[in-house]
Design a protein around this ligand. Sequence first.
Ligand code: ATP
Ligand code: MG
Length: 273
Amino acid sequence: MSARAATATGARPGWDRVTELTPPVVLPVLEALELLERGEITVQGRITTASNATLYCAIELSGMAAACVYKPVSGERPLWDFPDGTLAEREVATYLVAAATGWEPVPPTVLREGPLGTGMVQLWIAHDESFDIVGAINSGQLPALQRMALLDAVVNNSDRKISHLLPVTGAGRSRPAESELHVYGVDHGVSFATENKLRTVLWQWAGDPIPEEGIDVLRRLAEQLQAGLGEQLSRLLTGAEVRAARRRVQRLLSKGTFPMPPTDWPAIPYPPY
Ligand SMILES: Nc1ncnc2c1ncn2[C@@H]1O[C@H](COP(=O)(O)OP(=O)(O)OP(=O)(O)O)[C@@H](O)[C@H]1O
Ligand SMILES: [Mg+2]
């Protein structure tokens, strides 16, 4: 299957409109970013299980079409522990850090104007719903999940649920990978708090040494957070939040181990799915 081949998803429970949806496509990252930044967005349905306005959309540019998710800031539900109207920016900030890892753990994501105002727009991933992601989490054997755990520790993700892990097998992958399975993480609106709020289903490696490839990525992130990446993040987050991200990377490097679950904060999202 070519990198552009469409993979249809069909109807899904929890959607209020499931007819004639634009199917997801697999695109190289740069093309995906251009499409997401400049394409014309048409809302096709709303994911009714989502707590915010999470919209399934078609996006088109010069004959290229894909499915995407669009979360307008105007549809964000206020939260007690994050400032109003900042979730879309946190999603994009997480994408930028994710992209800098080189692991491609988050689908291409941009901040832009859309039919309901400014919001985040992310490429829709046709994930493999038959894959046993719970078994993979419990086994603690999947490098893609261990990498996700490290990303979450860096961005201080407080909502890594099972349903925010999208396994993609075979032709659905957008990059050649060392294994037949890749996992994308989504829904990073509640990340980058200054205080420790890591809440996740990925505690399998708590206290374990971070593998060499993870240390290399952390070193690179530490440098980039002092330079261009730090500047990009400071357009999306507060100065204190960017400094806290730098401190988390430094702490991970100096300890060399995955974080332990917090004792003063729920360690696992509720519900975990
Ligand atoms: N880029 C994507 N590709 C494929 N599926 C996605 C994508 N983004 C979100 N989804 C699907 O839509 C569901 C809802 O999206 P998301 O979790 O981002 O919304 P939310 O409003 O934050 O919901 P909640 O607060 O209930 O977690 C996800 O659990 C996932 O199944
Ligand atoms: Mg969610």
